[in-house]
Design a binder for this molecule. Structure first.
Ligand SMILES: [Cu+2]
Length: 550
C-alpha cells in the first residue's frame, strides 16, 4: 500500500463518521487540587478542578467517545462522578461501589460513549469534597442540534460553608441541635410519626400549636453557616449574563448544593421549563420553581425590556439566597427582591401529607387554591378533592402567595415527558423503602438500617421495578439512583418524566418506576451530603438474568 493510497484509505474510514458527528472523541483533563479562596471575608481552602471554583463546564456531544483523565494532586483520595449520565458502572466514579477511587498522585482515566444530551453536572464522591468546591456543569449537545437560542447560560447554584464540613458533621453527630434544633420537638415527632401515623401526628401538633419550628428543622445545615453562590459568585459579587432585548435566553439551572433546596424566580419574567434533569418535557410556563439538591432544570426566558432582571434563588428554609443578574449592559442592577418569611414555608411544607402513587392522576394541572392563586411548589394541598383534609391554622395565609395574582410555581405534577417513554409497561414488582432518621444521633437511613449494616438491593436485568419511597421524616430527601433512570409516577403513564433525582417532601410517599437496563453495581442514596454520609445510602445490584430478552 503506497502512502497516498493509505492516506485515502484512512480518510475513507473516517469521513462518514466525521459527517455524522458521532465519532467525535474528546479528551479532557481535570487536575484536582487545593486552592485558597476568600468568599466569606476569611481565607479558606477549596478543592478545585483545573484551578477553578466551580470546576469548568464541560461541553460534550451526544455520540462522542469521551476520555477524561482525572489527576489527583490532593493528599487524600478523590473521585469524580458523572451525575445523571448513563454509562458502564466502572466509569461511574463512586469509591467502594464501582471503583477504588483515585489515590494521591495518581491518574484515573474515565472512558465512555455519551448516549444522551441535555444539562447535567459532575462532582466529587469522596468525603466532603463536593461541599468544598469539587463540582461543575456538563452541557451535552444533541447528536442532531436543533435551532439554538440566542443566549445560553449555565446557572450553577451551590452552598459554600463557613466552617470545615467534616467539623460540621462531627458537631451534628455529637449534638444534633448544634444548629439550633428544637431537639425535644423533633425527636418526639419521629416517634409519633411512627406510632400514630403522619396525619394524626400533624393534626395533633397543629392543634397543640407545636409547629413553630426553626428553619433548622427543615434544613439541618443552613444559612447560619452557608453562603449561597451562583457560578461561584456571592450575591455581592453579582454574576451577570448579557442579553439583547427580544433574545431567547436558555438558562441551564443546576443545583450543585450539598444540602440546600432553592426556590428560583426572575421577577418580571416568566420561565418556560423545557427540560428536567436533562430530559425534554412538555413546556410549562412558571413564575417560580423549586429545585432540589442535584436536580437540573432548563428554562427559556424572553426579556423584552431594556433593563436588568434579578435571578433570585432563595434557600427553601429562607436562611439566605443566591442571586445573579440578567442584563443588557454590564453594570446595570436590578432590584433585590425581599426574602419571604420562613415560617409560612415551614407550615406549608408540613401540609401535603397525602401523596401516594396513583393519587396523581387527578392532578394533571395546577389546582388553584381558594384565593384563585396557583400553588407554590410542594405547598399546601389541602384543597385537593378526595384526600383527607389537612388543617391550616387560620393565622397563616397561603404560603408565599405574592400580593398580585397569577402566581404559578412548578410542581412535579406538571412534568410530562415530551415524547412517550419507550418500552413503558406496568412494573413487575414493588420495592418499598422507608426514608428514616434518628435526630438524636444524627443518623439517616433507609428502613432504619444505615448503609454500613445493610445488604445490597438486588434486581434482575430487564426487570421493571416500582420503588415507593415513604418519607417518615421532617426533611426533604432528594433520592438519586446512579446509572438508571427513575420514571416519576405522576399519573402520566408512558409520559411520566424520567429523572435522576426525585425529591420526596416530608411525610410524603412518592413512587417511581425503574427499568433495570444497565448491569452492574450502582449507588442509590439521598443526595443531601450529610444524609448520605451518615447512612441514607444503598448499593443496588442489577444482576444478569438467565434469559435476557434485549
Ligand atoms: Cu436525605
Amino acid at each position: 500500500m503506497n502512502l497516498s493510497y493509505r492516506r485515502f484509505f484512512i480518510l475513507a474510514l473516517w469521513l462518514p463518521l466525521l459527517c455524522f458527528g458521532s465519532a467525535r472523541a474528546g479528551t479532557y483533563t481535570l487536575t484536582i487540587d487545593e486552592k485558597a479562596v476568600n468568599l466569606t471575608g476569611k481565607p479558606q481552602t477549596a478543592i478545585v478542578a483545573n484551578g477553578s471554583l466551580p470546576a469548568p463546564t464541560l461541553h460534550w456531544r451526544e455520540g462522542e467517545e469521551v476520555t477524561l483523565n482525572v489527576v489527583n494532586r490532593l493528599k487524600e483520595p478523590t473521585s469524580i462522578h458523572w451525575h445523571g449520565i448513563v454509562l458502564p458502572y466502572r466509569m461511574d466514579g463512586v469509591p467502594g461501589i464501582s471503583f477504588a477511587g483515585i489515590e494521591p498522585g495518581k491518574i484515573f482515566t474515565y472512558r465512555f460513549r455519551v448516549k444522551q444530551n441535555g444539562t447535567y453536572w459532575y462532582h466529587g464522591h469522596s468525603g466532603m469534597q463536593e461541599q468544598q468546591g469539587l463540582f461543575g456543569a456538563l452541557v451535552i449537545e444533541p447528536a442532531h442540534p436543533h435551532r439554538p437560542t440566542e443566549r445560553d447560560y449555565v446557572l450553577l447554584l451551590s452552598d459554600w460553608p463557613e466552617a470545615d464540613p467534616e467539623r460540621t458533621l462531627a458537631r451534628l453527630k455529637k449534638q444534633s441541635d448544634y444548629y439550633n434544633f428544637q431537639k425535644r420537638t423533633v425527636a418526639n415527632l419521629f416517634t409519633d410519626l411512627r406510632e400514630r401515623g403522619v396525619s394524626e401526628t400533624i393534626n395533633d401538633r397543629l392543634a397543640w400549636g407545636q409547629m413553630r419550628m426553626e428553619p433548622t428543622d427543615l434544613a439541618d445545615v443552613t444559612g447560619a453557616t452557608y453562603h449561597f453562590l451562583v457560578n461561584g459568585h456571592t450575591p455581592a459579587m453579582d454574576w451577570a449574563a448579557l442579553f439583547s432585548p427580544g433574545d431567547r435566553v436558555r438558562l441551564r439551572i443546576v443545583n450543585a448544593s450539598a444540602m440546600t433546596h432553592f426556590d428560583v424566580r426572575i421577577p418580571g419574567l416568566k420561565m418556560r421549563v423545557i427540560e428536567a434533569d436533562g430530559q425534554p418535557v412538555m413546556p410549562v410556563d412558571v413564575e417560580e420553581l423549586r429545585i432540589a439538591v442535584a436536580e437540573t432544570y432548563d428554562v427559556l426566558v424572553e426579556p423584552e425590556a431594556d433593563r436588568a432582571y434579578r435571578i433570585f434563588a432563595e434557600a427553601m428554609d429562607r436562611s439566605g439566597f443566591a442571586s445573579a443578574t440578567l442584563t443588557p449592559k454590564i453594570g446595570l442592577q436590578a432590584e433585590l427582591p425581599k426574602m419571604r418569611p420562613h415560617t409560612l414555608l415551614t407550615l406549608a411544607d408540613m401540609g401535603p401529607m397525602h401523596v401516594g402513587h396513583g393519587a396523581h392522576a387527578e392532578h394533571q394541572a395546577a389546582v388553584p387554591n381558594d384565593n384563585g392563586l396557583d400553588q407554590p411548589p410542594h405547598a399546601d394541598h389541602a384543597d385537593h378533592t378526595g384526600h383527607q383534609r389537612h388543617p391550616r391554622p387560620a393565622s397563616v395565609p397561603h404560603a408565599e402567595a405574592p400580593a398580585m395574582g397569577s402566581y404559578k410555581a412548578l410542581d412535579y405534577r406538571h412534568l410530562m415527558a415530551a415524547a412517550p417513554n419507550r418500552g413503558w409497561r406496568q412494573p413487575d414488582r414493588e420495592i418499598r423503602l422507608r426514608l428514616t432518621g434518628n435526630m438524636y444521633r444524627y443518623i439517616w437511613s433507609f428502613d432504619d438500617v444505615k448503609y454500613s449494616d445493610s445488604e445490597p438491593i438486588r434486581v434482575k436485568f430487564g426487570e421493571h421495578i416500582r420503588f415507593t419511597y415513604v418519607n417518615e421524616t421532617m426533611m426533604n430527601h432528594p433520592i438519586h439512583l446512579h446509572g438508571l433512570w427513575q420514571y416519576l409516577d405522576n399519573g402520566n403513564g408512558a409520559f411520566n418524566p424520567k429523572k435522576h433525582v426525585i425529591n420526596v417532601p416530608p411525610g410524603q410517599t412518592v413512587s417511581v418506576i425503574v427499568i433495570a437496563d444497565a448491569e452492574g453495581e450502582w449507588a442509590f442514596h439521598c443526595h443531601l451530603l450529610y444524609h448520605m454520609d451518615t447512612g441514607m445510602f444503598r448499593k443496588l445490584i442489577v444482576e444478569k438474568a438467565e434469559h435476557v430478552r434485549e
